[in-house]
Ligand binder design. Structure first.
Ligand code: NI
Length: 173
C-alpha cells in the first residue's frame, strides 16, 4: 500500500465531476487500499478519489470513532443517494483537503445510498448520524462540491485565502 498525497483546496481537480467506474479491477482495489491507508494516516473518517487527484467515482469511509472499537472500512464505487430524510442534522464539518477549517453544514439526517462494492455486487444501506454526514460530504466530492460551498461567501473566501497562504508556505519549505 502507498500513502497518497492529499490535494489541498483550491485545486481545479477538487471542483470537477468525477467519472463513473465501469468495473472493479485489481487497479481499483489497489487504489481503494491506498485511499483507506491515506485516510487512516491523516487521520480522517472519509476520503474521495478526487482528493488524491483520481477523477473516478469512488470514496472510502470509516466513522467508527470509539477507542478500541472494531474498524469498519467501507469502499463505495459509483455511489448514489436513493432516499434522504426530510429531517436534517447540522454538523461541524471539516475536510482533509481544507485542513484545520471547520463549518456548520445542514444536511438530511438519514440517507439511503446504493453503490457498487469491491465484490462486484450492488449494495444498499441506510446511513445515520456521522455516517450520513460523512457519506454525503464524500459524495459531494465526486461532484466537485466542497463543504465550504455551503458556507456564507465571506467565510468561504476567508478559508480559501488561508488555504492559498498555506499552499504558498508549503511550496517554499
Ligand atoms: Ni472532504
Amino acid at each position: 500500500m502507498t500513502l497518497r498525497t492529499i490535494l489541498i483546496h483550491p485545486d481545479p481537480r477538487l471542483k470537477k465531476k468525477a467519472a463513473s467506474l465501469s468495473q472493479v479491477t485489481s487497479e481499483i482495489k489497489r487504489l481503494a487500499d491506498d485511499m483507506l491507508e491515506t485516510m487512516y494516516a491523516a487521520p480522517g473518517i472519509g476520503l474521495a478519489a478526487p482528493q488524491i487527484g483520481v477523477m473516478s467515482r469512488l470514496f472510502v469511509m470509516d466513522c467508527v470513532k470509539e477507542e478500541g472499537a472494531t474498524p469498519r472500512p467501507m469502499v463505495l464505487l459509483n455511489p448514489e443517494t436513493v432516499w434522504s430524510s426530510e429531517d436534517t442534522n447540522t454538523y461541524e464539518e471539516g475536510c482533509l483537503s481544507i485542513p484545520e477549517q471547520y463549518g456548520d453544514v445542514e444536511r438530511p439526517k438519514t440517507v439511503e445510498m446504493r453503490w457498487l462494492g469491491l465484490d462486484g455486487e450492488l449494495h444498499q444501506e441506510r446511513f445515520q448520524g456521522l455516517w450520513a454526514t460523512c457519506a454525503q460530504h464524500e459524495l459531494d466530492h465526486l461532484n466537485g462540491k466542497l463543504f465550504i460551498d455551503y458556507l456564507k461567501p465571506l467565510r468561504r473566501q476567508l478559508i480559501t485565502r488561508k488555504m492559498q497562504k498555506l499552499k504558498r508556505e508549503q511550496a517554499r519549505s
